[in-house]
Design a protein around this ligand. Structure first.
Ligand SMILES: C[S@@+](CC[C@H](N)C(=O)[O-])C[C@H]1O[C@@H](n2cnc3c(N)ncnc32)[C@H](O)[C@@H]1O
Length: 275
């Protein structure tokens, strides 16, 4: 397994994912019930935008750097921009990008709990440096697909974030299996699933499988296409699928994805419901 998120941290896809994550946390925390959050693929939690990986890929330039410098940023990205500023101790130009563990750990209320799973030992060691020891937070070095369902709390409101590298052909199948297992154990569980958009066939097949696995749970789909889905070898955009989405998220998810995709001439975003 070669994937290192340090090459991609703060890119357009992270903005779409993390803006949605913050909106989702906010909406779920409107309920006083304790929140149990499981992050199946946590990464290292905080990324150095001046490090060799980020410098080599340059992906953050069109993502977080553009967002932080923008004067036309929609309100839907404000929470994320504020989190980036906080992660950088208020510095005008960010050099650290906060990943999902940093964002989630910061948002926990007393009584909320968070399990961050990361398979690569080096990434996990960094993850424990970043969020380990915080109240309500635990980390696990292992396979998040195998651990997530066991870690649900049937008495709490559960949120599962699934954000694999999609280096393995069975990642799509394992998401559908996990969703089915989790909903059997804790039926109201909300999922936020991140996907690359390469070609329509793969995306449509995944949505059909997920719909079958989760039925009758409602799904909300966010598509952020940076260009037409013509070349299956390229990441042509990204998508999010929310299972059991809280009500009222669509306008902010649409606004964030609209702004991100507007950076490309052929960019296009849409948010739609399924099920
Ligand atoms: C896309 S990154 C995660 C980024 C993170 N969710 C965020 O938003 O900041 C995917 C991570 O999953 C890890 N990984 C790959 N397979 C895994 C598995 N089966 N279980 C847990 N972690 C895995 C990789 O090492 C990588 O750090």
């Amino acid at each position: 397994m070669n994937y290192r998120h340090a090459f991609h941290a703060g890119n357009f896809a992270d903005l779409v994912k993390h803006a949605a994550l913050l909106r989702l946390l906010d909406a779920l925390q409107a309920d006083r019930a304790p929140l149990r959050i499981i992050d199946t693929h946590a990464g290292s939690g905080l990324y150095d935008l001046r490090g060799p990986e980020a410098q080599r890929s340059g992906e953050a330039q069109a993502g977080v750097m553009r967002m932080m410098a923008a004067t036309d940023r929609p309100g839907a990205l404000d929470d994320l921009a504020q989190a980036v500023t906080a992660a950088n101790d208020g510095a005008a130009e960010p050099w650290l990008y906060p990943g999902s563990p940093w964002l989630i750990a910061r948002a926990l209320r007393p009584g909320d709990t968070y399990l961050a799973c990361e398979m690569q030992p080096q990434e996990h060691a960094r993850l424990t440096d970043v969020v380990g020891g915080r109240s309500g937070v635990s980390t696990l070095c292992g396979d998040g697909f195998a651990e997530a369902a066991k870690a649900l709390d049937p008495r709490a409101r559960n949120l599962v974030l699934v954000d694999p590298p999609f280096e393995k052909a069975d990642d799509y199948d394992r998401i559908a299996v996990l969703a089915s297992e989790a909903l059997a154990l804790a039926p109201g569980t909300t999922f936020l699933i991140w996907l690359p958009l390469k070609d329509l066939e793969t995306f449509d097949a995944f949505l059909r499988d997920l719909e079958d696995a989760c039925e009758p749970a409602p799904l909300l789909v966010v598509e952020a296409r940076m260009r037409p889905l013509g070349d299956p070898m390229k990441m042509n955009g990204c998508a999010l699928v929310l299972i059991h989405p809280p009500e009222g998220l669509t306008p902010s998810l649409q606004a964030a994805a609209d702004w991100v995709t507007a950076a490309e001439a052929g960019g296009q975003a849409k948010v739609w419901s399924l099920g």
